[in-house]
Design a protein around this ligand. Structure first.
Ligand code: C5P
Length: 410
């Protein structure tokens, strides 16, 4: 699988003859769907010009730490937060040494210290330098700190020697970076996700709806697919393309969403209700457009089925995860909902906070289950979705034995 759709990759390029290969790496990362921003060390610019990487990545290339223009465009801390992964390729012996001692004396080293994203390095150097005890120790230390070491490969080197020290080929690096997201935590499991709003017709041209963009649910569906699950996404009307490797079923109303969910639920191991389902529908939608006559208009609303509660109440219910949009006492209201709907887990967000929640690109979640809770701090929705999926996988596996194919042992 080489799919990096919606992944943000910071590619660090350090000084080495292999830097020319990183131009191809940028192209391949982008072909796989990634948004790539390149950061070069000063010595890297001696090998390849920043302009090359700017043209290939379609973004300005950052080279210095305290450049006022670059900091204004995207400062080093913003870049560190932006990244889903930092890949340093090629990583010189000097850079590995600076990374090992926690240096923060240029943009790339500072960024590696400041990021919460995984950091991977693709060493490239002369074989003697790679075999040197100093480098060996540095690499051991970096590995022990959770830095991914990709390569190096063996072969003919630029210096004419043969041995370990060549940077891995770009295609191999793209495969490895992709593998970081393909966790396999839900391999073989079936996951059903609802997302987006439902729209309830008043007449042929008007409806009752809500501000859900579907972004969170779509990100959750993609994260579940990346974790190896077989994903069905039942979606209300949204402006998003179907996430790769998921099967999308389009619906419009709460009743249609309910019926589509019930038709699929028998085979599912996990149900994640991320849709903002309308709580009411118009009792009798008008067949013709309602004419305005200057008078007050009364609509009678009747409740829609609570899809999530209905699924959780099934005799052989899957592991059920709900969302809760709250404006106050987030955790407390979430716990009440967890119990009331009989859920295994609930992810609550405070929609009263500016810039997160509905229709925003970022969110923050308080995730609760019986006997536990975890705060997932503010982050882009796709990253949050991956964290939520790993939490769901953790809880799911705790309540299901390994030989169990799901649907029992609750
Ligand atoms: O009760 P409340 O609407 O706050 O609950 C939110 C959760 O319940 C969400 O997970 C949502 O997808 C789900 N829900 C549902 N059917 C409804 C209303 C909410 O599945 N009719």
């Amino acid at each position: 699988m080489t799919d990096l759709s919606s992944k943000r990759v910071v590619l660090g390029v350090t000084g080495g003859i292999a830097a020319y290969k990183s131009a191809d790496l940028v192209r391949r990362l982008r072909e796989a769907g990634a948004d790539v921003r390149v950061v070069m060390t000063r010595s890297a610019t001696e090998f390849v010009t920043p302009l090359t990487f700017q043209a290939l990545s379609n973004h300005p290339v950052a080279t210095t730490l305290l450049d006022a223009d670059a900091e204004q465009a995207m400062g080093h801390i913003a870049l560190a937060r932006w990244a889903d992964v930092v890949l340093v390729a090629p990583a010189s012996a000097n850079f590995l040494s600076r990374l090992a001692r926690g240096a923060a004396d240029d943009l790339l080293s500072t960024l590696c210290l400041a990021t919460g994203a995984p950091v991977a390095v693709a060493p490239a150097m002369n074989r003697q330098m790679w075999d040197n005890r100093a480098t060996v120790d540095n690499v051991t230390l970096l590995r022990s700190r959770g830095i991914y070491i990709y390569g190096p490969a063996e072969g003919m080197q630029a210096c004419g020697e043969t041995g370990p020290g060549r940077m891995l080929e770009p295609a191999d690096l793209v495969r490895r970076v992709t593998g970081l997201f393909a966790t396999g935590r839900l391999a073989g499991r079936r996951v059903l996700v609802t997302a987006g709003p439902t729209l309830e017709d008043i007449d042929p041209v008007r409806f009752i709806g809500n501000r859900s963009s579907g972004k969170m649910g779509y990100a959750v569906a993609l994260a579940a697919a990346e974790a190896g699950a077989n994903v069905v996404l039942i979606s209300g009307p949204v402006a998003l393309p179907a996430p790769p490797r998921t099967r999308r079923i389009d619906v419009r109303t709460a009743q249609q969403m309910h019926d589509a969910v019930m038709a699929q639920i028998g085979a599912q191991d996990i149900f994640i209700g991320a849709a903002a389902v309308a709580d009411y529908r118009v009792a009798q939608a008008a067949e013709q457009k309602i004419k305005k006559d200057g008078q007050a208009l009364q609509l009678t609303l009747t409740p829609t089925p609570d899809i999530l509660a209905a699924v959780a109440a099934l005799p052989d219910a899957p592991f059920c995860v709900g969302f809760a949009a709250e404006t106050e006492a987030v955790a407390q209201n979430a716990r009440t909902k967890l119990a009331a709907k009989g859920l295994d887990m609930i992810a609550a967000n405070n929609v009263a906070v500016d810039g997160i929640g509905f229709d925003a690109d970022e969110n923050a979640l308080t995730v609760c289950w019986r006997g536990g809770a975890r705060e997932l701090p503010r982050a882009p929705k796709d990253r949050l979705a991956r964290e939520l999926i790993s939490l769901i996988a953790e809880r799911y596996h705790e309540t299901h034995t390994t030989e169990d194919t799901g649907r029992t042992h609750r």
